[in-house]
Design a protein around this ligand. Structure first.
Ligand code: PLP
Length: 398
C-alpha cells in the first residue's frame, strides 16, 4: 500500500499489513492471529461468510483448520472439529444430541471424574437420565440394549484405573438401539486406538495430552463422519468455544511427532509396569499389557502398537498421607495432575482426576486412596522405575 499523502494515524493503522511479491512457501504454517479477514471483492466476502473462506475466526480459522485436517487424518475420519479444551469437546458431543427430557445417556462409572460431573450436570438440567455403567462388564452391551440410550460415552482406557472396554461390542449394541457412541480416546491417542474404525461415531481427544505432548496448550477434538461433524461445527459457531490460533499451532507442532513419541511412551510404560509388578511394596499394578490384567485379551484386540502410555499402582497399606509423601519424594518424575508430557507425571487419583466424584462414586468405581497414576515419560525407563520405587519406599516409611 502506498502511504504517500496519508496522515500518520492512517499510516500507523495500515502500513506493513500485507506482504507482496514473495513466492516462498513456509515449511511451518504461519500463526494466523488475525480474527478477521478482508477481501477486495464483496462477492468473495459474502462467500466467506457462507464458509467458503476464512473471514472471522469464530466461524473458521486457518490454524484450527490445519489442525483439524491433521487430526482427522490420524483418526481415519472424514472430518474433525477442534475446541478450546477436551471438556469443551465432550460437552459439544453431548449438546449435539439435542436430548429431550426422559431420554437416557450411558457413561463409564469408572471414568474421568470431571466428565462424570459434567454429564451429571448437563443431564440434570435437561431432565435426561444418566446411567453410569462399568462398560468393561461383559453384560454392558446387554444393559445398553435394555436401557435404549440416545448417547453412550466410553473411554478407550479408563482414567485412572486403565480398564479397557471392548469398543466393538459396545458399538454393536449401540447400533442395534440407534444410540450414538462417543469414545474418549485420550489415553491411547489415535496412535493406540482409532475408535472410529472399531465402530464409534465420535472419537474425542483431550488434545491437551498426547496429541500436544508437551503440556503447553489446552485443546480438544472430536472426529467422525462429515454428517456427524456438521452440527458440531454449527453449534461451535454459536457457542464460541473455539481453539485459539496459537494453541492450534502448538498442538499441531506436537502432533507431528505423535507416532515416534507414542512408540517410546508405550515401550517405557511396558517396562515400568513389568518392573513395578515385581515390587513387594505394591498391592496391585494396573496396566493392560500385563497378562494378569483382567482386560488383557480385549486390549490386545482393541489397542494398537502396544498397551498404552499409562500405568497405575496401589501401594500396600497406604492412604492419602502416604501417597502425598510419595509424590513429594519423587526426584525425576513430577507430581503433576495431568498426562501426556515428555516428562513422567504422577498423580494421586482420588484427590485429583477423581476429586469431583463423591466418595460413593469413587468406591463403586474401585478408585482407592492408595492409587497413584503414572503418565510414563521419555526419560530412561529404569530411571523412572528407580524414582517411583524409591519414592514409594520413602512415602511408606514410618
Ligand atoms: N478426557 C480425559 C480422559 C481426561 O483425562 C481429561 C483431562 O484430564 C479430559 C478429557 C479433559 O481434557 P481437558 O483438560 O483438555 O479439558
Amino acid at each position: 500500500m502506498s502511504t504517500k499523502r496519508l496522515g500518520q494515524k492512517t499510516v500507523a493503522v495500515h502500513a506493513g499489513s500485507r506482504l507482496v511479491g514473495s513466492k516462498s512457501q513456509p515449511l511451518v504454517p504461519p500463526i494466523h492471529m488475525s480474527t478477521v479477514g478482508w477481501f477486495d471483492s464483496s462477492e468473495e466476502l459474502d462467500g466467506a461468510l457462507d464458509g467458503k473462506d476464512y473471514v472471522y475466526s469464530r466461524i473458521s480459522a486457518q490454524n484450527t483448520a490445519l489442525l483439524e485436517e491433521a487430526v482427522a487424518a490420524l483418526e481415519g475420519a472424514e472430518d474433525c472439529v477442534s475446541y478450546a479444551s477436551g471438556m469443551a469437546a465432550l460437552r459439544a458431543v453431548f449438546d449435539a444430541q439435542y436430548l429431550k427430557a426422559g431420554e437416557r445417556v450411558v457413561m463409564p462409572a469408572d471414568g474421568y471424574g470431571v466428565t462424570r460431573l459434567l454429564f451429571k450436570t448437563l443431564c440434570a438440567r435437561a431432565g435426561v437420565e444418566l446411567h453410569p455403567l462399568l462398560l468393561t462388564d461383559p453384560r454392558a452391551p446387554e444393559r445398553i440394549a435394555e436401557l435404549r440410550p440416545r448417547l453412550v460415552l466410553a473411554e478407550s482406557i479408563t482414567n485412572p484405573l486403565l480398564s479397557v472396554p471392548d469398543i466393538r461390542a459396545l458399538a454393536k449394541a449401540c447400533r442395534q438401539v440407534g444410540a450414538a457412541l462417543a469414545v474418549d480416546a485420550t489415553f491411547p491417542s489415535p496412535y493406540g486406538q482409532r475408535a472410529l474404525s472399531l465402530g464409534a461415531d465420535y472419537a474425542v481427544q483431550s488434545a491437551t495430552k498426547w496429541l500436544n505432548g508437551h503440556s503447553d496448550a489446552l485443546a480438544g477434538t472430536v472426529s467422525g463422519s462429515r454428517e456427524r461433524m456438521a452440527p458440531l461445527r454449527s453449534l461451535r459457531l454459536l457457542a464460541g468455544d473455539v481453539l485459539g490460533p496459537f494453541e492450534a499451532w502448538l498442538t499441531q507442532r506436537g502432533l507431528r511427532t505423535l507416532p515416534v513419541r507414542m512408540k517410546a511412551h508405550f515401550e517405557h510404560a511396558a517396562h515400568v509396569a513389568r518392573r513395578l509388578a515385581e515390587s513387594p511394596l505394591l498391592e496391585r499394578v494396573h496396566y493392560p499389557g500385563l497378562p494378569s490384567h483382567p482386560h488383557h485379551a480385549v486390549a490386545r484386540e482393541v489397542l494398537e502398537g502396544g498397551f498404552g502410555p499409562m500405568v497405575a499402582f496401589e501401594i500396600k497399606g497406604a492412604g492419602r498421607p502416604e501417597c502425598f509423601r510419595v509424590l513429594e519424594a519423587l526426584k525425576v518424575a513430577r507430581p503433576g495432575p495431568s498426562l501426556g508430557d515428555v516428562c513422567t507425571l504422577v498423580m494421586h487419583a482420588a484427590s485429583a482426576s477423581a476429586r469431583r466424584m463423591t466418595p460413593e462414586e469413587r468406591e463403586a468405581a474401585g478408585i482407592r486412596e492408595s492409587l497413584l497414576r503414572v503418565s510414563v515419560g521419555l526419560e530412561e525407563p529404569e530411571d523412572i522405575v528407580e524414582d517411583l520405587l524409591g519414592a514409594v519406599a520413602q512415602g511408606v516409611k514410618r
